[in-house]
Design a protein around this ligand. Sequence first.
Ligand code: PLP
Length: 405
Amino acid sequence: MTFDPQRSLAMVRHEFGEHGGVNMSIEASTTFTVMDAASMPELFQGHRGPEGGCYLYGRHFNPTVYVLGRYLAALEGTQAAYCTASGLSAIACTLMQICSPGDHIVAAETIYGGTHALLKEFLPAKTGVHTTFVDIGNNDAVAAAMTDRTKVVYCETLANPTLVVADLPRLAAIAHARGAKLVVDNTFSPMILSPAQHGADVVVHSMTKFLGGASDIIAGAVCASQEFIVSMMDLHTGSLMLLGPTMDPKVAAALALRLPHLGLRMTEHSRRAQAFAERLAERGLAVTYPGLPSHPGHELLRALANEGYGFGGLFTLDTGSKETAFRLMDILQNEHRFGFLAVSLGYFDTLMSCSASSTSSELSDEDLQAAGIRPGLVRISIGYTGTLEQRWAQFAEALQKVGLL
Ligand SMILES: *Cc1c(COP(=O)(O)O)cnc(C)c1O
């Protein structure tokens, strides 16, 4: 049977609260007692751990955060997972765990701006790990960029904001042939894509987006083999343990309550985005959405995606100029209450931003051009509040006002 994240999540052991509550209790302690003094060294030596119900210290493992990790592992179909204080810390700790000074990363040129800055500026300066950026849709370019020191091929499932679809099985084959790991950021497509099922070794998430769903929590996750997660938590050599981007247990408990309806939410985000994209395309507008047959990655995404969750909640519209983009977004927010002029994505209301001058502004003009992020490109994370027809009427009217319809 093919993998289905919703089914997998439903099969993971349900954690009840201390008094039989239907939801798990929050373990607010930062330190944990042992039954006898002799147990303490065993914990420090790693002979006993959370699998056996033995906890040491909150930055290492906390029971509530540990349960959320089990849910994330079920969602992605990996052996293990661990949750972090932010998406970027999950990414940074993953890369620093795998790479040592002198090692090399091959990364997609269109990635989240913060990740781009991490790879381009921070890692080379602070760790001596260098990155070659390539067009991730070009398998030959990826293969050609690999060196003997390449430890990671890094990409996002759906690139931000160009929505290029990564050919995960091919990328995994290229990485594995050279002994490198494929690390995939699945922030844009939880439920829709399960990268570990297509060869990814590590799946990272910004839980701040769709997983959280309410734009109220910054959080991240690393999903991988048990061996890799344990290595990140090692008391002496683990990046998560020693850099310390620990998730607060109260945050973990809140996030655990968002996962049961993640599938419903993704399905509705996708249904709305698909309808908008089709209507914009019918009217000849420059819309990019992987659910449109005209999108270059459409067939690939259809082949890789889990059935029933659609093609994602984001589309972009090239309005032609920064001025038109700004006017359109101003009207949509301030006159029509259609959505919010804000970065981020995966919120229940619609969020709109002009990528070139916001989330991708870390990129130089040349990088922006190479990545195809034009100045008038508006990225829209479509929400599910209101009705579809109400929202479409608002959108169409705003398009008329700026002369695009
Ligand atoms: C937001 C985002 C991140 C960073 O996550 P934070 O939770 O803000 O640290 C990484 N990757 C992608 C694709 C994102 O959208």
